[in-house]
Each structure stands twice: as C-alpha cells, then as structure tokens.
Ligand binder design. Structure first.
Ligand SMILES: [Zn+2]
Length: 417
C-alpha cells in the first residue's frame, strides 16, 4: 500500500469530477492496480433530497458510507467510498438521501453503469462482462437499469401509425406480438401470443382513449383477431395489409407447393426439390448467379414449383401501383392467371387477398412508410440471435427501442424489399 503524497486532495477531486463532492482520502495499491477514493460533500453543499419523494429535507439522522465501483483511472480500477446521510423526511420518515451519482442500490456509480450500458449497445453481454471483469448477470442487470433510466427520461413520440407484427419465438414460447411506431421505426410494446386479447391488452393498458383516437393507420397481417381488436379499440384507424405480410403468405404458399411436390415425386427429382425452401422464399433479384442456376435446375424438373415461384414474384409487383384502380386491375389479372394451374395453395391465397381487398387497396389511400415493420422485425430477431437471456420481455423491448432510437437513420433509409 502506498499513498501518493504528491497529489493533493483538491487535485483528486478535480479529476474525479463528482459535482458537489470532494476527495478527502486516497489509497493506491500498485500491485493490485486498485485505487480507493474517499469522498464527502464539499463545504457549502447542504442541499439534501429525500430518496423516497424527491423533496428537499433538512434533518440529518446519521452518516454512513457506501462503496461503489467507478470508471477506471488509466490501468487502475477505481472504488469510491462515499459519505452519505440518512435523513428524516416529514412525509417518508427515515430515508437515505438521494445522490445523483448513485442511481440504484447496486454498488456502481451512475457513470460506470452508463459505460457498461453503452458497451452493451454494440457488443454481446458476455463480451462486455469479460471487458469489465464482471459476471454476465451483473452486466445484464446494469444494462437493464441503464435502459430504464434512458426510457424514463424521454418523451415517447405519439403513435399515429402503428405496425402490428408477430414473431415466432419457438415451439415453447410460441408468438410474440410486436406493436411498433411506424413513424419512428421503434417497437412500442410486446405481448405474449397473438390473440385478440393480446392486442386488446395493448389498447386498454398502454394507451388512453385520446391516444387510441389519434391512431390513423395500422399495418397488420391478414389475421382476424388483430382486425377485430383494431375495429373495437381504434375504429377510425385505417387498416393496411402491407406488402411484407402479404409476401410472407405468398412465400408460404410457394413452400406448400414445394412440399407437395416433394412428397409426390421420388428419386432424383426429390433430391433437387429438397432443401430449396429458402431459395424459393428469396426474391429473384436478390439471388446470386449460382443460386439462380440452382433454382433454374429445380424449375426445369418441376414446372409446378416454377409456376408458383413466378406467381409469387409477380404478386410482389402489386405495390408498384399507386392508383387504386390500377392496383385492383393488376390484382385481378394476377388472380386470372391462376385458372387451370391447379395450384391449391395459390388459389387459397387469392381468396384471402379478395377477402382483405379494402385493406390491400388502402396502400393507395393512406401513405405509411414502407419496410418499417420488416426492419423492426429484423432488429428484434437480430437481438434474439445475439444474446440469450431475454426471458425478460421488458429488457428485450427496451433493448430494441434503444437500438431503433440510436439507429433511426438506418431505419428511415431502409426500403421495402
Ligand atoms: Zn420523502
């Protein structure tokens, strides 16, 4: 143990930079590379605040010390031992005082938690844990507090255009319903499953009657429970069945055709059909030459899969029309092409589209940003892939909100596929 005699407490205080506090004792352990600083209020800093109610208090009951980890000083891990007051509040009784640098009961300073939280924005929890020499669970808890403070300190933009999407979490947890703000590209709320009750819960518990009436448009999947909930809680909002969701249905229809052919055919043809699911879901323009060749090989062997694929591709062009009459004509001619093809999954899709015609044509009547639902969906999936431990949905939501808020530009620039 050594005390650095050369540096005065006032200089330590300056480098520490905690407003209203001064260092009155310091200790450096060179072999362990640790630095301990003892701090207390500066003379004249008498403003005490109750941590219970946030009001000014005057009566001090006792002093005590708390130890928190602070930002490192060069190679040294810094610990600050802070002198605190227990106060008597007229409203709350005996409480600890509220201190800006100590936002929680955890043994970390606010700015240390912020450094950990910021690190978690660009790296997986396990990596941040290694970087700071802490347990992953500790890092996760810090990150959650950091995000909660960020969320509490900002004003959420009004919800005028909402997106409703569902994410399949797996066999056990099933579906997650995601409500997002299409104007900011930010997820707003997560709900379990995808029932009418799920969305009902959002409307009744997250929004006031005034907020519900402010919703102008909703981009949703052609999913009856959602339509019912929207009709009940936001009757004035226009439902838009968007390209992203409709093309998902088209992709599933192509896959049904593929599977039927897979079971119908035997031998060599079966091998070609096998494992082409992702290729068939992709859009032709997004495929590399060798992938295109693989698909052509498949089409040469199986005309039915080729027809289904071409139908999916041509349906995607529906959204190149901005006049409702033209869009309707294109859709009708698309449906006409299905005649005599005997592609059951495609016929089923056509019926679904006709049942939801108004919502599809709403694309021409109300302008909603394209590709946002898809981008939000992609971001959440990326988060789920990157880190485990999102059994806590609040954490996942805050994480996705922060991601959207810090990468707004990326979302705005992203165009619909
Ligand atoms: Zn109080």
């Amino acid at each position: 143990m050594a005390t650095l005699g050369g540096m005065r407490d006032s200089e330590w205080s300056k480098i520490l930079g905690w407003p209203g506090y001064r260092v009155y004792q310091s200790e450096i352990n060179e072999s362990a590379q640790t630095l301990h600083l003892w701090v207390r209020r500066k003379r004249g800093n008498h403003k005490l605040v109750c941590s219970g109610c946030g009001k000014r208090v005057h009566e001090i009951v006792e002093t005590y010390e708390r130890e928190v980890r602070d930002l490192p000083w060069s190679q040294y891990r810094a610990t600050v031992v802070i002198e605190l007051y227990r106060v008597r509040c007229p409203d709350c009784g005996i409480k600890v005082e509220k201190v800006e640098q100590l936002p929680s009961k955890a043994p970390f300073s606010k700015r240390f938690e912020e450094a950990v939280g910021r690190a978690c924005e660009s790296a997986a929890v396990r990596r941040v844990a290694r970087q700071f020499g802490m347990a992953a669970s500790t890092v996760r808890a810090i990150d959650l507090r950091y995000l909660k403070r960020w969320s509490a300190g900002r004003r959420k933009p009004a919800l005028r255009q909402m997106g409703v999407d569902e994410i399949h979490l797996g066999k056990k947890q099933k579906f997650l319903t995601v409500v997002s703000n299409l104007e900011t590209g930010e997820p707003w709320w997560f709900g379990r499953e995808r029932k009418k009750e799920t969305l009902d819960e959002f409307f009744t518990q997250q929004l006031s009657a005034f907020q519900r009436s402010a919703i102008r448009a909703a981009c949703v999947d052609m999913w009856e429970p959602f339509r019912q909930s929207l009709g009940q809680w936001a009757p004035k909002c226009r439902i838009v069945y968007d390209k992203f969701h409709i093309m998902q249905h088209a992709g599933r229809a192509v896959d049904e055709v593929r599977r039927a052919e897979f079971f119908r055919k035997g031998g060599a043809a079966r091998e070609v059909v096998k494992g082409k699911r992702w290729l068939l879901l992709a859009r032709w323009v997004h495929l590399h030459t060798d992938k295109k060749r693989q698909l052509n090989q498949l089409f040469a062997l199986n005309r039915r899969i080729m027809k289904a694929y071409l139908l999916k591709e041509s349906l995607g062009r529906l959204w190149s029309y901005t006049y409702e009459g033209a869009m309707l004509r294109y859709l009708k001619s698309w449906i006409d092409q299905l005649r005599w093809q005997r592609l059951k999954p495609m016929e089923k899709l056509a019926r679904t589209l006709l049942d939801h015609l108004e919502g599809i044509l709403n694309y021409c009547r109300i302008k909603v940003p394209l590709g946002v639902v898809e981008a939000v969906n992609g971001n959440i999936k990326a988060l789920l892939r990157r880190g485990r431990g999102y059994s806590d949905l609040d954490y996942l939501l805050l994480k996705a909100q922060r991601l959207a808020a810090t990468k707004t530009q990326f979302l705005v620039l992203q165009k619909a596929a």
